[in-house]
Design a protein around this ligand. Structure first.
Ligand SMILES: N[C@@H](CCC[C@H](N)C(=O)O)C(=O)O
Length: 279
């Protein structure tokens, strides 16, 4: 085992999406899927939505590795990028840092007191980017939840933010519904790598209430990449402009889809909750 009972960690959250963050810049940290799942377990472990390791990188300030609560390693995590960015900026005194991930490199910058802005890059809009199992127009894919003759949810947008997202446009956002339909869609065969499932209620052209059933983690208080995907999906359908405040259960994220660069920018809070050692 490459993590010991004395391995320190920092507990952080970004808009309520919570993390156990391990500094692996000098001492490698390579838990198995079972070990990662045990750490994330809220009953017997430290408990978190995602386990994060900060590793050395030869092309960025650091590499961020992400495990979902189910122990699976995934490409990226928007809220964790802000947290790791903040830790790196605090320790180096820089105002901007580059963080590499399995989904590619990103840049994080200071944006105010405990606020960080991340350049999330351009969204993937082709069906092969998401990826989907078959060719479809990602502005509104052929997928429905509920009975065939009267679907409760249908024609969601599909977007890659380095990880796969599907976004339903709906004001139905109660816990039972999000959990029930989210867990069904997460494993739908149309998504060969699984999918994060967003439920977006457009309140105004610049305001979205969003809940996300995350792949490998379930219902979280916020999903950073999910917020970016929701803005992209609603803007492509003409439901919003290219800028919106996303209201998540745990706080607000500001998302901008810049027209000239095509990049999506996410600004939001970071919070350190405390420190501990892995058990
Ligand atoms: N909470 C994250 C996303 C974490 C990974 C996601 N569950 C996946 O499997 O892709 C965020 O803030 O983006």
């Amino acid at each position: 085992m490459t993590h010991s009972a004395t391995r320190p960690f920092v507990r952080m959250n970004g808009a309520g999406n919570d993390f156990v963050v391990v500094n692996a810049l000098e001492t490698p940290f390579a838990p198995t899927a079972d070990q990662a799942r045990a750490i994330a377990d809220r009953d017997s472990g430290q408990g978190c939505d995602q386990l994060i390791a900060i590793e050395p990188s030869d092309r960025a300030d650091a590499f961020m590795r992400v495990w979902n609560a189910d122990g699976g390693q995934v490409e990226t995590c928007g809220n964790a990028l802000r947290c790791v960015g903040w830790l790196l900026m605090e320790s180096t005194g820089k105002d901007t840092v580059v963080i590499d991930t399995l989904g590619g490199p990103t840049t994080a910058s200071r944006a105010g007191l405990h606020q960080v802005r991340v350049d999330m890059g351009p969204p993937g809009l082709d069906w092969t980017d998401v990826p989907l199992a078959e060719e479809m127009d990602t502005r509104g894919i052929e997928l429905q939840v509920g009975p065939i003759d009267a679907p409760i949810l249908h024609t969601p947008g599909a977007v890659s933010m380095g990880n796969p997202h599907v976004v339903f446009f709906t004001d139905r956002q109660d816990d039972g519904f999000v959990r029930g339909s989210g867990s069904l869609v997460e494993h739908h065969p149309l998504f060969p790598e699984g999918v994060n499932v967003g439920f977006a209620n457009v309140l105004a052209p610049d305001r979205i209430r969003l809940r996300v059933w995350e792949r490998g983690a379930g219902l979280t208080k916020a999903c950073g990449t999910g917020a970016c995907a929701a803005l992209v999906a609603t803007a492509r359908r003409g439901l919003t402009g290219r800028h919106a405040v996303i209201e998540a259960d745990g706080g607000e994220l500001v998302i901008d889809w810049d027209e000239s660069s095509g990049h999506v920018f996410m600004t939001g809070p970071v919070e350190i909750e405390g420190t501990g050692t892995l058990r």
